[in-house]
Design a protein around this ligand. Structure first.
Ligand code: HAM
Length: 470
């Protein structure tokens, strides 16, 4: 086993950047899951689960070789059979693969799917950024109208509102498509050509491989140069321009507040046209000490009186109140991905939310969620025969949906009664050797302290009656 020994601190711990979801946090996860399921089923999304590992090539083709996610953050391994697999870093490529593999292209459109589960990225761990994290996400296939882009934003917005997030900001942009982006890229590259010396090493590399990604950089010197760079929204083709205008009109109609952020490009290559991110401005920043909060990108805001048709004014710097790394949700349209992954060309769009980030924000507001209801009945037993009988009786209670606490591991009656007291149950049932032989059981009312012996076969009925009375 020598080869399995990694670097260890003291004892065994979760791997760096990964964490256990402890019982006290399960309630937050469950709450998010329930609200999510409730809302998405109203909008006609159906749940899908895809494997946690996929062929590595699915992501390199789907997300893009020159993206940080594929280049630096993917957990890739070779199986004993020689296949290259990857722990899934995101859900969209997997859902598209499933959509094609299971012939969903022939289903009536739109096909709407949602998912909830763990994802893996070999990140530099920091607040709100983990190597294993959870997302819920939605993908809608077969609808090219921007009404779908707006509905996806609305679903996320409604879920976050239902989770009591009050100050939400939706940032939106349009990054063009295969018609207008190549021309814009050329413009950008020629702008960057004579300024490369002023950029950081990462941006110099990005300018060669994936020039739009320079807008993601948080380095101050790069921010200054890119502030003068040509912006994609000024160079959209007619189709993308109209798509964006209609998308903003739908957001207006839905009364969803948004900011137009011309620097929002997203870190995945599959996007076309709409991209968006959602932030909460009322929670503490995850990365408030990071450079990007000191030098936030300028924004166009709706409040400035702009729309897609009329030029927008730049808003003042520093008024965001959140950093670009804090997004709770990210998404957009990806009209070419189905084709890239071997399917029929199918317009699609979607988004995903980071559950740990949502839980963190929820905890800042409501540190404790209400406890789940504790059992009202405790079962105590004395002796081996009684223990065996109690196990069976326990199943009877389960079938009758009466939740019962027990302490089968304890033999001492006093210790068991103490445990029942701690839980604060209403009734304690006591089964000893004598009771088993006589076919009876003792029922103790914990409030009055009164004890009665009843027939064992009638105990479920008796408990139901007493619980109903209380
Ligand atoms: P993404 O922006 O990479 O997009 O991730 C979506 C959300 O997942 C982020 O806004 C953030 O809340 C959370 N997240 C991402 N990485 C981490 C991390 N390392 N630790 C904690 N939370 C994280 C996607 O994944 C796209 N697949 C979204 C999409 C779906 N686009 C279209 N359809």
């Amino acid at each position: 086993m020598e080869e399995y020994r990694g670097r260890r601190k003291k004892g065994y711990q979760t791997p760096t950047g990964m964490h256990d979801v402890l019982p006290q946090d399960q309630r937050y996860f469950q709450k998010i899951y329930n609200i999510c399921e409730n809302i998405v089923s109203f909008y006609g999304f159906q749940k899908i689960e895809t494997p946690i590992v996929e062929t590595a090539e699915l992501f390199s083709k789907g997300i893009g070789l020159a993206t940080d996610i594929v280049e630096k953050q993917m957990y890739v391994f070779r199986t004993k059979g020689g296949d290259w697999l990857a722990l899934r870093p995101e859900g969209t490529a997997s859902v598209v693969r499933a959509f094609i593999e299971h012939g969903m292209q022939s289903l009536p459109k739109p096909v709407k799917l949602w998912y909830f589960g763990p994802f893996f990225r070999y990140e530099h761990p920091q607040a709100g950024r983990f190597r294993q994290f959870h997302q819920f996400g939605f993908e809608a296939f077969g609808e090219k109208s921007p009404v779908m882009d707006a509905q996806i934003v609305q679903v996320f917005y409604n879920i976050l509102k239902e989770l009591r997030f009050d100050k939400l900001v939706v940032e939106v942009n349009n990054i063009g498509d295969s018609q207008c982006r190549p021309y814009y890229k050329k413009l950008l590259v020629s702008y960057l050509k004579y300024r490369l010396g002023g950029f950081c090493a990462v941006c110099r590399q990005r300018a060669k491989e994936n020039p739009l990604r320079i807008f993601d950089c948080k380095e101050e010197k790069c921010q200054r140069i890119k502030a003068q760079a040509p912006q994609i929204i000024d160079h959209l083709c007619e189709e993308c321009h109209n798509h964006f205008r209609e998308f903003l009109e739908f957001l207006d109609e839905l009364e969803l507040p948004y900011n137009l952020n011309p620097y929002l490009v997203r870190g995945l290559d599959y996007y076309t046209k709409t991209v968006f991110e959602i932030f909460s401005t009322s929670t503490e920043n995850f990365n408030s000490s990071q450079q990007d909060s000191e030098y936030p990108p300028k924004l166009y805001t709706k409040e400035d009186g702009g729309s897609a048709e009329t030029p927008l004014k730049l808003s003042e710097e520093g008024e965001k109140g959140y950093t670009s790394k804090d997004a709770l949700v990210g998404g957009g349209r990806y009209d070419n991905l189905c084709k890239i992954l071997g399917g029929e060309p199918t317009p699609a769009c979607g988004g995903a939310a980071g559950i740990e980030r949502i839980v963190k924000a929820m905890k800042q507001r409501t540190p404790k969620l209400p406890q789940p209801q504790l059992p009202k009945v405790f079962m105590a037993q004395l002796g081996n025969l009684a223990k065996r009988k109690s196990l069976k009786l326990f199943e009877e209670f389960r079938k009758n949906r009466i939740s019962v606490a027990d302490s089968f591991g304890r033999d001492d009656l006093k210790a068991q009664l103490k445990a029942s007291d701690r839980i604060g149950v209403q009734l304690t049932l006591i089964l000893g050797q004598k009771e088993v032989l006589e076919g009876t059981i003792i029922i103790k009312d914990m409030k009055t302290g009164r004890q009665e012996t009843v027939k064992l076969e009638k105990i479920i009925k008796e408990v139901k009656k007493r619980l109903k009375k209380a």
